[in-house]
Design a protein around this ligand. Structure first.
Ligand SMILES: NC(=O)c1ccc[n+]([C@@H]2O[C@H](COP(=O)([O-])OP(=O)(O)OC[C@H]3O[C@@H](n4cnc5c(N)ncnc54)[C@H](OP(=O)(O)O)[C@@H]3O)[C@@H](O)[C@H]2O)c1
Length: 257
């Protein structure tokens, strides 16, 4: 599918990768972008970029009823970008982490499910439609003390496979994106080389245009995926040392540039 002339909807569009998606879609000639976020006021600066093409909308991806109402009121949509996500660091055992573990699942998994289910019929009316789901390499390689996030992103990966198979008949492409480390508020605590949000959005849209099902949008994601395929036992047994080794390789590459 082409980006020129499409009508798109982005969740979590007020900052980070979501905001970068809106900017990239505009730069590539999208006709309209529904920029959604939990707080309408937080969308003001993104809406100001292009008031003709950007439609700011308040939307919480855990609000299944609100999502159904919005989908029912949406006449046309070609591209849905399920970007909104939260990290909820918490140990699994011996702590009162249930609320955090559930919240990770509600936003990163059920949020994508709510949006995709509600908007599938709208996308089905388009002659060229797609869904981009922003997952994480953390859904493939476990991150210590972030089990809720890793589990929710792993579940999202399987959801994407299911959506792809169920929506193939109506011609809706489903692209799963697995970023590594990205320079956003969420990535701020991480001290390592990070990709720019705009690079992630660009790679995801390139993947969509190329008909790809899985997009590894940055160097860390590509290295991790390679490690996953070549040393699956090590990734399972000792993910921390694997990630450390990959980050060292990234730093060495950067030092050599
Ligand atoms: N940064 C990284 O290193 C990295 C790596 C891999 C994957 N990712 C994924 O990339 C996506 C974007 O993350 P980011 O790095 O841009 O993080 P971010 O800067 O923290 O932005 C997260 C976005 O999600 C929104 N959001 C959270 N809960 C929501 C809800 N219930 N309903 C609607 N929107 C909600 C936030 O809105 P508020 O402003 O209202 O909180 C914000 O717009 C996420 O899915 C994340 O898991 C990020």
């Amino acid at each position: 599918m082409e980006i020129e002339g499409v009508s798109a909807l982005v969740t979590g569009a007020n900052r980070g990768i979501g905001r970068a998606f809106v900017e990239e879609l505009l730069a590539r000639g999208a006709a309209s972008v529904h920029a959604t976020g939990r707080d309408l006021e937080s969308l003001e600066s993104i809406a100001a970029l292009d008031r003709d093409r950007i439609r700011p909308l308040a939307l919480d991806v855990t609000d299944a009823v609100g999502i159904e109402e919005l989908a029912a009121a949406t006449e046309a949509l070609d591209l849905l970008v399920n970007n909104a996500g939260v990290d909820c660091p918490a140990a699994v055992i011996g702590s009162d982490s249930t609320a955090d573990l559930r919240r990770a699942m509600e936003v990163n998994y059920f949020g994508v499910l709510n949006m995709s289910r509600a908007f599938a019929p709208v996308l089905g009316r388009s002659s060229r439609s797609g869904i981009i789901n922003i997952g994480s390499m953390s859904g493939c390689i476990h991150v210590a003390d972030h089990t809720g996030y890793s589990a929710a992103k792993a579940a999202q990966l399987m959801l994407s496979h299911g959506l792809r198979r169920e929506l193939a008949g109506q011609g809706t492409q489903v692209v799963q994106v697995l970023p590594g480390f990205v320079d956003t508020d969420m990535g701020a605590p991480l001290q390592m080389p990070k990709a720019s949000p705009r690079a992630i959005a660009g790679a995801a849209l390139d993947g969509l245009l190329a008909g790809e099902e899985l997009v590894l949008p940055d160097r860390f994601a590509r290295m991790s995926y390679e490690a996953l395929l070549s040393e699956p036992d090590r990734v399972m047994r000792d993910p921390d040392s694997m990630v450390k080794a990959l980050v060292s390789r990234l730093l060495a590459q950067d030092a050599g540039d």
